[in-house]
Write a protein that binds this ligand. Structure first.
Ligand code: SPV
Ligand code: MG
Length: 434
């Protein structure tokens, strides 16, 4: 009887390295391919360009593949124990990768349990899906995919993690940031938040809708020039309803994935002031009209997320829930519920009731004040997107202030040098500087 051979593939971009692997596996027996689901890929890296079903069609038409099963985790253990292959085949390149080493040792342990063994094939030189995909993304993110990309991300991930980007450099830092846990779990940010607060602060202006749309879009386009992750834009109140149609079309054309529009009116003040300043919530009917009109202006690529300010203005949870009903009926694609409390009591009071009624409507949290909350808790309470709304600028400001004062105090910069990026590092930071 032919031996059972197992290989795991994400197969987002097919290349000769895959064919080489399949051909070698084929010689050993009947090949089962564990095709990574979108969720499995996304738990480790970017969401695949092609979704699971599209990738499966490709795989079904590749010679030498006898069976396709889905692999739901980046780790092989579960599938090895389930499908009990005689041999698992893998490229030997995973030995030189930190996460790969952990996967390899887990796979060897699982194979031992079921009496199987591992055969490693020399990695096909000068090719990897990762490099090809990076090359595609470095060309920019096709506008048409942006909306789909965020929606697919919401579907594939327990929670999507967005971080404020006020400048191209802050966005580059966040795009590249990656944490690998001891168990080999890779964590990174899924995209950017263009914040009205930090965009305004960066320009030394108050967060009162004083920057015009073109200033905001210029900043965003500069970020898009050098990064490749989706962006959610804070559009404050959305401005005058007479301007909304042109503005929304402009925003969509610029490749933004979603806007968040808040239900305030008059001179907008930052929500984190709460009722310490005069700020007024728009009435439900008027704001619902704004949502419908914004939605009509899109070509259904841009998501319109309605932001409810009831809790900010000390109104009850019931008011927020009522507004959610109306805003969704008006066509909103998701809801952001905001709170400035330290405790999660009110925000979870809202999310529990909301989730019962709307099991799958995207729900967004911005835990700037209730920052003890963990992503795990937010997932449990039904949130789909977490936005770290101002953290990159809040990190930069004290660092810059400290250096400015130190230079004044010491009459030179020598003492500050140890906390600074070295001259070599800054020269090497952006490719092409040399
Ligand atoms: C922003 O980042 O500008 C926001 C979130 O709108 S908050 O500052 O909390 O209002
Ligand atoms: Mg704002």
């Amino acid at each position: 009887m032919k031996k059972k051979i197992y290989i795991g593939l994400s197969l987002d971009i097919i290349h000769h390295g895959h064919i080489n692997l399949i051909n070698k596996a084929k010689k050993l027996g009947n090949v089962t391919v564990g095709l990574y689901t979108d969720k499995a890929v996304t738990s480790h890296k970017r969401i695949p360009l092609l979704d699971y079903d599209q990738r499966k069609v490709i795989l079904q038409n590749i010679q030498g593949v006898n069976k396709i099963v889905s692999q739901n985790e980046w780790d092989y253990t579960k599938n090895i124990l389930k499908y009990k292959p005689d041999i698992m085949v893998h490229g030997d390149d995973w030995k030189s990768d930190n996460v790969g080493k952990i996967l390899r040792s887990n796979a060897i342990k699982a194979l031992k349990k079921i009496g199987g063994r591992l055969i490693e094939i020399p990695h096909t030189k000068n090719i990897s899906s990762g490099t090809l995909i990076d090359r595609i993304y470095s060309q920019g993110f096709p506008t048409i995919e942006k909306k789909n990309y965020l929606q697919r991300l919401i579907e594939a991930k327990d929670i999507c993690r967005f971080i404020e980007a006020h400048s191209p450099l802050s966005a580059i830092i966040s795009e590249k940031a990656e944490f690998i846990s001891k168990s080999g779990q890779r964590t990174s940010f899924d995209g950017f938040w263009s914040s009205s607060l930090t965009d305004s602060t960066l320009k030394g202006k108050p967060d009162i809708e004083i920057l015009d749309l073109n200033q905001r879009l210029t900043n965003i386009n500069e970020i898009f020039d050098v990064t490749s992750k989706p962006l959610i834009m804070d559009i404050d109140t959305g401005g005058k309803k007479e301007h909304l149609d042109i503005n929304i079309k402009n925003i969509e054309r610029n490749g933004i994935s979603a806007v968040i529009m808040e239900d305030k009116k008059g001179l907008k003040k930052n929500s984190l002031f709460g009722v310490e300043v005069k700020q007024e919530q728009e009435n439900i009917k008027e704001f619902s009209k704004k949502i419908s009109s914004a939605k009509k202006s899109t070509k259904n690529k841009l998501m319109i997320i309605a932001r409810i300010e009831s809790l900010i203005l000390n109104k009850p949870i019931s008011d927020a829930l009522k507004r959610a009903d109306h805003y969704l009926a008006a066509g909103a694609d998701g809801i952001m519920i905001h709170s400035r409390k330290k405790s999660t009591k009110e925000i979870f009071g809202f999310s529990r009731k909301f989730r019962k009624k709307y099991p799958s409507v995207p729900l967004v949290a911005v835990p700037s004040s209730y920052n003890k909350v963990s992503e795990k808790q937010l997932i449990k309470e039904g949130f789909n997107i977490v936005i770290y709304a101002n953290h990159m600028l809040r990190a930069a400001y004290p660092a810059m202030k400290k250096i400015a004062l130190e230079i004044l105090k010491n009459g030179r910069s020598f003492e500050s040098d140890k906390t600074l990026l070295s001259i070599k590092e800054i020269l090497d930071l952006i490719p092409g500087t040399k």
